[in-house]
Design a protein around this ligand. Structure first.
Ligand code: ADE
Length: 361
């Protein structure tokens, strides 16, 4: 088996020559590292860059994050998905304001205790921003280590991750913890890549690598196949009245919690069923048109969607967003189409249909 200690010097030398220049690597304050690591959890580096710059530009400190209205926060995150990530960041920011003077403390256990921060993110913040000797083992690092050690254990298991964390912990070089963790991440992102052949010819660890020695790089890492996604039929409505369109707020818990959506119903409804629903909402339909079917894939569910555009007569005043008597729980409400894009975050699951707001019926 590879003696992991031997990887340290070649990895750091390689990192010094090959590390990408990335916005969060400049001035790596705890807040910047934190924001970038949360964004990078489900999103590619290139896609994260503009989001990171805008987020930090608009909310430059933990205190400003803590105080931002939720709708503004969600708009800043629009397109990154997994919105609970940013909601958890705000919860954590509020704790930091209330209990730690608005700063991330240099205390690993406190960092790890914050909402939305697991051992990977805590390790990244501790090592990159504070120089503490803590491992930061993400999917990139799990892949690199599985191959290096020719280890066939399931990397989705907590116990396997913990074992790798332990191993990294033991070799983190004094004074270069952040660079060392990032060198493993960077090697996984640039050389020991997923989906396709790793670039072993460019790898500083080629001679140390157990998988490469036996030509089994592509068999690793091992992951249990994820459970099959559940398929749900839904019918989505583009409900419009002149320059206004209908939205609804989703329940506070569950899929796309608390986000705005186009009104939609379970199952595949025909025209008559849709018109009956529209009338039940106290609206008077003028015209209905079928829209193309669409699909959206979440991590555990797939929505197979039918769509209808329904033009309705001017709704009652209390069905407008700004009406003082309107309560969120009352369901469907109408907003100016222009205001909708500026103010309301509508998740990507509906993007096949939101574009019809721009069309006339
Ligand atoms: N992916 C996750 N964390 C990263 C980092 N700090 N740099 C580059 N890619 C990353």
């Amino acid at each position: 088996m590879v003696y992991l200690q031997e990887t340290v010097t070649p990895l750091l030398a390689w990192y010094d020559g090959h590390a990408r220049v990335l916005p969060w690597r400049e001035h790596p304050s705890p807040y910047r590292v934190w924001v970038s690591e949360i964004m990078l959890q489900q999103t590619r580096v290139e896609a994260v860059k503009p989001y990171f710059e805008r987020f930090i530009g608009e909310l430059p400190s933990i205190r400003e994050l803590a105080e931002a209205p939720e709708d503004r926060l969600l708009k800043l995150w629009e397109g990154l998905g997994y919105y609970n990530r940013v909601r958890n960041m705000q919860k954590a920011a509020r704790i930091l304001v209330e209990e730690y003077g608005g700063e991330m403390p240099a205390d690993y256990d406190v960092i790890l205790s914050l909402p939305g921060i697991g051992s990977y993110t805590a390790g990244a913040i501790a090592s990159i921003a504070f120089g503490m000797s803590r491992p930061a083992v993400d999917g990139n690092v799990l892949r690199v280590l599985s191959r290096l050690e020719k280890n066939y254990e399931d990397i989705l298991k907590q116990s396997v991750r913990r074992k790798f964390e332990q191993e990294v912990q033991e070799i983190i070089p004094e004074g270069r913890a952040g660079d060392f963790n990032q060198s493993l991440i960077e090697l996984g992102a640039l050389v020991c890549v997923p989906n396709g052949a790793p670039r072993c010819g460019e790898c500083p660890l080629e001679k140390l690598c157990g998988a490469h020695a036996e030509g089994v790089e592509l068999e690793l890492p091992k992951k249990t196949p994820p459970a099959k996604r559940k398929i749900e039929d839904r019918t989505v409505l583009v409900l419009v009245s002149d320059n206004k369109a209908a939205l609804r707020k989703r329940p506070a818990k569950g899929l796309l919690a608390g986000l705005y959506e186009l009104p939609n119903l379970e199952g595949r409804l025909d025209r008559e069923e849709v018109l009956a629903f529209v009338k039940e909402q106290g609206l008077s339909p003028i015209r209905i048109q079928e829209l193309p079917a669409a699909k959206h894939i979440f991590s555990h569910i797939e929505w197979h969607m039918a769509g209808y555009a329904v033009k309705v007569e001017e709704p009652e005043p209390e069905q407008f967003a700004e009406h003082p008597g309107r309560r969120e729980k009352d369901g469907i409400f109408f907003v100016e189409k222009r205001q909708m894009e500026e103010t309301f975050l509508i998740p990507a699951a509906f993007s096949a249909y939101t574009r019809y707001f721009r069309e006339r019926f």
